[in-house]
Design a protein around this ligand. Structure first.
Ligand SMILES: [Zn+2]
Length: 101
């Protein structure tokens, strides 16, 4: 088998070009579909001729746990800390309502 015959080309999206610093823009449609935002971190993995981007799972900003971590505005919180923040916000709203009366 010739070397050219072994190359498999898979085109499933938009063609992008690396710039002189080695950067490439991930299409907006993919970023939106995968909920990718500026500042998200990825491991770049070489697998033969394929480059894989694997999103780094961030730890909770408040407790450093990495279970059930989700983005909240520009930070990441675990479920327990999200509940605590929500509860605090509700209590603050109730306090604010009391002081207005
Ligand atoms: Zn937490």
């Amino acid at each position: 088998m010739s070397e050219t015959a072994m190359i498999t080309t898979v085109t499933a999206g938009e063609t992008r070009t690396f710039d002189d610093l080695g950067r490439i823009v991930i299409p907006k449609s993919i970023r939106k579909a995968l909920n990718i935002h500026e500042g998200d971190q990825f491991d770049v993995i070489q697998d033969g001729d394929i480059i894989k981007l694997v999103r780094c799972v961030p730890a909770c900003l408040a407790c450093d746990d990495d279970t059930d971590v989700q983005r909240m505005n520009k930070t990441f919180l675990c479920g327990e800390c999200r509940d605590a923040v929500s509860k605090t916000l509700v209590e603050k709203e109730l306090d604010d309502d009391d002081t207005k009366k």
